[in-house]
Design a protein around this ligand. Structure first.
Ligand SMILES: [Zn+2]
Length: 279
């Protein structure tokens, strides 16, 4: 679901007219960020705008002639909702002609983060007194190879509750199609949420128009955020739930503990077991 790569090429040289070539790759879903450059004394600065409600990491590849970047790194974190954020400055080294060119890729999240709240007790994402089967668990053979995701078997139209506080990053709920074949993969409705420890949660296969929340909305644990469905690559109505850290080209899927009862006990969910939510 997370798309990334966007490439921009910028050519500029001093003492001659600026020659600017910008190229954007198609970027359907996924994060949006704008990088521009503006002149400063003896060089340029790169300026970012991040319209997303979470940080974005960009990796810039510079090709510099007679210029030097101010920062030693080529990986930069752009804070959520940043405007006019100075990414780095590039300055000429000598009086001779200079030129720079760069490309960049980016994705959601602050990629240097490796720690997260491993002890967080996620709420079971359905209403009190419901008993739900975990039809597929972590690393499940059907479709969760390498994924620490959980499938909750629930009928279409079941209320989906936030498993943790967060802010809504993406909402897709216009799709109608679902089938047990890979050709349906891109038609899943979902809600992507950002947590305060830098992790993301994805609530997937929602029913058409099933989202109760909007991008940028702050959600609270236990709040109804959606109605479940069977959209996308799916063998039957269920909720696919996954928590992960986003890296530039891949996500690191994380095991999550769930609150098991009103006494505060927590544990990992097991495939084939049913769970009664009594809180
Ligand atoms: Zn799943």
């Amino acid at each position: 679901m997370v798309k990334m790569i966007m490439v921009l090429i910028f050519l500029s040289s001093c003492n001659v007219a600026n020659d600017i070539l910008k190229k954007k790759m198609p970027n359907e879903k996924g994060p949006k960020v704008t990088i521009d450059s503006r002149s400063i004394i003896n060089g340029f600065e790169l300026i970012a705008e991040n319209p997303e409600f979470c940080p974005i990491t960009i990796k810039v590849n510079f090709e510099l002639t007679n210029m030097r970047a101010e920062s030693s790194t080529d990986i930069f974190i752009i804070p959520a909702r940043a405007k006019n954020f100075v990414v780095t400055r590039i300055r000429r080294i000598t009086e001779a002609k200079y030129q720079f060119r760069y490309t960049y890729i980016y994705n959601y999240g602050a990629h240097q983060l490796n720690k997260y709240d491993e002890n967080f007790k996620y709420y079971l994402p359905f209403k009190r007194n419901e008993t739900i089967l975990v039809s597929q668990g972590y690393n499940g053979e059907r479709s969760h190879q390498g994924e620490m995701a959980i499938d909750f078997e629930i009928p279409k139209g079941t209320s989906v509750l936030a498993a943790r506080d967060g802010i809504v990053i993406e909402v897709v709920d216009s799709n109608t199609v679902g089938c047990p074949e890979l050709k349906c993969k891109d038609f899943a409705n979902y809600i992507l949420v950002f947590h305060n420890d830098g992790t993301f949660a994805n609530y997937v296969h929602l029913i058409q128009n099933g989202s109760k929340v909007k991008i940028g909305e702050i959600i609270n644990i236990g709040q109804v955020i959606a109605e479940s469905g069977n959209t996308g690559y799916s063998t039957g109505p269920h909720l696919h739930f996954e928590v992960f850290q986003q890296k530039m080209s891949n996500k690191v899927s994380l095991k999550t503990q769930f609150l098991m009862d009103s006494l505060g006990h927590a544990g990992y969910l097991i495939e084939g077991k049913t769970y009664l939510k009594n809180y």
